[in-house]
Design a protein around this ligand. Structure first.
Ligand code: FES
Length: 136
């Protein structure tokens, strides 16, 4: 069963990314790593360094294509050939994409970044408050 996590913010340039086996669907901007796209949509993928060296985020891409923002991501040639990628330094370049990440977790709505799974209610009283002139 598929679940759209952030359908409202997707644009025509975005790539569709499915987190499997959960079936979570999210939008991934071309200038956003898969890890950041997932976090922005309220999905926590395993990660640590975010620079392609620790391999904590290592996951298998089973559909789509990615490119790397670094020249030598910390993967062996054999691992790359088997579809393993490092989402922290990977950008979508051909979709839709499917990432096998059984350890991914949906962030509780309270922990999700604003504007994603469950945006916090805006307190209009804060925005309508006028600044008093300090010279009075
Ligand atoms: S988080 Fe360290 S390699 Fe991706």
């Amino acid at each position: 069963m598929h679940k759209d996590l952030d359908p409202g913010s997707a644009t025509a340039d975005d790539f569709r990314l499915e987190i499997a086996p959960q079936g979570w669907q999210l939008a991934c901007r071309p200038d956003q790593t898969l890890l950041l796209a997932a976090l922005a949509a309220g999905v926590r993928l395993p990660h640590s360094c975010r620079n392609g060296t620790c391999r904590a985020c290592m996951s298998r891409l089973t559909q789509g294509r990615i490119r790397y923002r670094i020249e030598w991501p910390g993967l062996l040639a054999e691992e790359k050939a088997q579809g393993w990628i490092l989402p922290c330094v990977a950008y979508a370049c051909e979709g839709p994409l499917q990432l096998q990440a059984p350890q991914a977790q949906a962030l509780a709505p309270r922990e999700a970044p604003p504007g994603t799974l469950s945006p916090p209610a805006v307190d209009k009283s804060v925005h309508s408050t006028r600044m008093e002139d300090a010279s009075d």
